[in-house]
Design a protein around this ligand. Structure first.
Ligand SMILES: Nc1ncnc2c1ncn2[C@@H]1O[C@H](COP(=O)(O)OP(=O)(O)OP(=O)(O)O)[C@@H](O)[C@H]1O
Ligand SMILES: Nc1nc2c(ncn2[C@@H]2O[C@H](COP(=O)(O)O)[C@@H](O)[C@H]2O)c(=O)[nH]1
Length: 190
């Protein structure tokens, strides 16, 4: 059996990664989603084990020490990381898996999985990005400002990715990523 594809979806906070990923998963139900661990507090409506595995700092440090994370990063005051076993077991069964993670973590995954597919979701403009993150209403103004300043550095790392997809419209962005996955399955690997 061939291994599944490891797909990494990154992009600045508020660009729409979560929204596009949810739409993609309903169009491609066989695509497995990697649930991350985080020290961030849950937002209203977020469910442990569905949106994230919510951890204390101590629990997260234990996961690092026990080599349970494929990658992790500190982002705007919290830790985020990808549970290793779930990714490796999913790929071994031949299924595709998608990781929705920020850029530092994506670059670490690239070192370990150079054959992964790295997709960067781009905002139509920085003004639109700010409107989206503000419109979501989940972050304080200080956190929004911090995330926006990090966003510029993140966009500057676009050259490390295989694909850039503009999220101008959710269904269009979703179709573009679905097309990338189909094309990658047809690729002749040398
Ligand atoms: N194409 C789009 N057009 C307009 N609004 C959008 C679009 N995509 C997403 N949004 C909205 O932008 C906001 C941010 O989207 P979302 O939470 O999916 O971003 P994210 O990249 O996952 O953010 P974070 O990295 O902070 O988790 C949401 O309110 C969402 O409804
Ligand atoms: N390096 C990692 N980044 C991750 C992971 N899971 C999520 N994220 C990214 O963190 C930021 C902030 O997320 P939020 O839910 O607090 O808005 C965002 O870019 C996520 O994609 C992970 O496992 N590793």
């Amino acid at each position: 059996m061939s291994k599944g594809l490891l797909i990494v979806l990154s992009g600045p906070s508020g660009v729409g990664k979560g929204t596009v990923c949810t739409a993609l998963r309903s169009r491609v139900p066989e695509l497995v989603y990697s649930v991350s661990a985080t020290t961030r507090s849950p937002r209203l409506g977020e469910v442990n084990g569905v949106n994230y595995f919510f951890k204390s700092r101590e629990q997260f440090m234990d996961m690092i020490d026990n080599d349970q994370l494929l990658e992790y990063a500190e982002y705007v005051g919290n830790y985020y990381g990808t549970p290793r076993d779930f990714v490796e077991e999913t790929l071994a069964t031949g299924k595709d898996i998608i990781l929705e993670i920020e850029v530092q973590g994506a670059l670490k995954v690239k070192e370990k999985f150079p054959d992964g597919i790295f997709v960067f979701l781009m905002p139509p403009s920085l003004d639109e990005l700010k409107d989206r993150i503000q419109g979501r209403g989940t972050e304080s103004q200080a956190t929004i400002d911090h995330r926006m300043s990090v966003a510029v550095d993140e966009i500057n790392l676009l050259q490390h990715y295989d694909y850039a997809v503009v999220n101008d419209e959710i269904n269009l962005a979703c179709k573009r990523i679905e097309s990338i996955i189909i094309a990658e399955h047809c690729k002749v690997r040398k």
